[in-house]
Design a protein around this ligand. Sequence first.
Ligand SMILES: Nc1ncnc2c1ncn2[C@@H]1O[C@H](COP(=O)(O)OP(=O)(O)OP(=O)(O)O)[C@@H](O)[C@H]1O
Ligand SMILES: [Mg+2]
Length: 328
Amino acid sequence: MIELSGLTKRYGDKVAVNNLSFTVRPGIVTGFLGPNGAGKSTTMRMILGLDHPTAGDVRIDGRHYEQLKDPLTAIGALLEAKAWHGGRSARNHLLCLAQSNGIADSRVREVLETVGLTAVARKKTKGFSMGMGQRLGIAAALLGDPRILMFDEPVNGLDPEGIHWIRNLMKSLAGQGRTVFVSSHLMSEMALTAEHLVVIGQGRLLADTSMADFIARNSRSYVRVRTPQRERMRDVLHTAGITAVEAGGGALEVDGGKPERIGELAAQHQIVLHELSSQQASLEEAFMGLTAESVEYHAQAGPAPGPAPGQAPGPAPGQAWGDGWRKG
Ligand SMILES: Nc1ncnc2c1ncn2[C@@H]1O[C@H](COP(=O)(O)OP(=O)(O)OP(=O)(O)O)[C@@H](O)[C@H]1O
Ligand SMILES: [Mg+2]
């Protein structure tokens, strides 16, 4: 279990993490979400004692990181930056870590096998691809067989196979009763991985809720209707107790009605339909709505690197904040 209470970090007059209080529980994957610069990595560094809080407190199973004996056996972490010497082999890097934490050498072979690096175990890590580097970082996190695991943007730079592998690994670690805390700035990725969500923006807590609750609250479904007899269609729906609002492109957005029912009502009243389609607002849109106020990095007006004319003023669904977006 990881417990944060009033955790705060200032860099000069910049408040990177602002009074965060939440608990990360065992047995489930908890997603830690927020736009670029929200304070995710800073929070994770404070959990690991790599940064000192300006105020507040964070505990790992009731203790501060510095109080843990053989910390790798309590909490394993993959942080953003590569934290190893390029001249060492993957195996030697892990052996050094194992020896300084009282972990048996045989465990190195096991974790190399788990992350699929056995074949390159004796190669120098400076030649590793980004995906291999991520796998080595994960091997280090798993080395002490810790009850708590923390991953900062683990799927960055991975190919689809790697992303799939990490997703399943995190779920199986949580399934073994471990605490799994993973950051991302992609809602779409978290929707497939996490059972619980902690969302922050500009260092502040915006949501601490189950994924099921987030989906139930935020993924609105509606029916889109286009008809040359719009006013009449609205009246017919209104009489049937169904609400319709004007949407773009001369369409109606209908809440609380199935397309079958709407189509039948239109037929009964001889209303011509040009479109009748079920729509679902994506979680990515819901997440962007939630964090919109606190996004630090906005697209610039003008052609590059902002959106092309006619494109939405933000990253496309599935695209990361920061991919071609710079501080506004
Ligand atoms: N060492 C530092 N000195 C000064 N400011 C810092 C330092 N580390 C982080 N910050 C600032 O604190 C804020 C939070 O940064 P942090 O890296 O924690 O965000 P993040 O949520 O991890 O973002 P990303 O999604 O881009 O990784 C940012 O505004 C950043 O510029
Ligand atoms: Mg970060």
